[in-house]
Write a new protein. Structure first.
Length: 303
């Protein structure tokens, strides 16, 4: 029952943000077809209850136009970007629709996130209580797992993987750990104070993916996109700094301000032969070395 009510609140937020200045009559009509109720119009009293619950649970205020024309989200910016509130509402709104419409059964597939969610609840508990965790972790390239303590600061999902960003007391620095590489996690009695200076957006500034390597400065990188990559990158940018600076009949020139880490090269490689690095020279040479290595693998097989 609680989950059903939660779904109703999310449905209301999603409807109003998608149709600003929507009237109560229109909301009631949409409610009839939503599959979340009994197929009847939404009572005014129920609507007001849901409106109050939305503000209490999500801190999202639904206001009415002064002329009484329609309802809208007071601060719509809260529901944009990569924040938890935005992600939760987007995810639950989709789940609502799928569950409510039996005609969609078996017709929608979701990507499975690797087994990192096994320890997700424990880590969330530690974050709520600001407690140090002890974990056994075996990173890629490591022959054996090691056990150590971490102060859990932040959780992040990148490319279908959960990552923990936290301070290592041993190295006295913030590091990133993939949850699916964790073999054991326990919450200790030790506590820590989350530094006021820690800003996850600043930590990942200029990063594409999960590698936040400060050995790489944020640089201006220019590429040319050809053919299908032009539309692909216009609808799914590699990085938030991506900006079109020129175009002609055959290509679009894009500018980035990023740390050219391994993750950035991987993002470019996903475009296959549809992109070309223009500058800086060392990034261009780095891609050339990757291309030469790929070509050498196939040449070996031909001999």
């Amino acid at each position: 029952m609680a989950a059903n009510k939660f779904g109703r609140y999310v449905w209301l937020i999603d409807l109003i943000r998608s149709h600003p200045y929507i009237t109560f009559k229109e909301i009631s009509e949409r409610w009839e077809d939503s599959g979340l109720g009994d197929g009847k119009p939404l009572p005014w009293r129920t609507f007001m209850h849901h409106k109050e619950a939305v503000e209490s649970i999500f801190d999202v205020i639904i206001e009415c136009d002064k002329r009484g024309y329609g309802y809208y989200i007071e601060d719509e910016e809260l529901l944009k970007g990569g924040g938890l509130r935005s992600w939760l509402i987007d995810s639950y709104a989709t789940l609502n629709q799928v569950q409510a419409d039996t005609k969609l059964n078996g017709r929608i597939s979701f990507e499975k996130i690797p087994s990192g969610n096994k320890y997700l609840q424990l880590i969330l508990q530690a974050m709520r209580q600001n407690r140090v965790i002890e974990m056994t972790h075996q990173g890629f390239g490591r022959e054996h797992p090691t056990t150590f303590e971490v102060e859990p600061y932040h959780l992040k999902v990148v490319s279908r993987r959960w990552y923990l960003i936290g301070r290592s007391p041993y190295y006295d620095e913030v590091r990133t750990y993939a949850l699916d590489r964790m073999q054991y996690v326990s919450v200790t009695e030790k506590t820590f104070k989350l530094p006021e200076s820690f800003d996850v957006n600043k930590y990942f500034e200029g990063c594409v993916g999960i590698i936040a390597d400060r050995e790489y400065d944020i640089e201006r990188v220019v590429i040319k996109a050809y053919h299908w990559a032009i539309k692909y990158l216009s609808t799914l940018p590699i990085h938030e700094s991506q900006k079109e600076i020129a175009h002609d009949e055959n290509s679009v020139t894009l500018e980035f301000h990023v740390r050219p880490t391994y993750d950035f090269f991987q993002a470019l490689l996903q475009q296959g032969d549809q992109i070309e690095i223009i500058e800086p020279q060392w990034v261009k040479e780095g891609m050339c070395r990757i291309a030469e290595n790929i070509l050498s693998y196939y040449k070996k097989k031909e001999k």
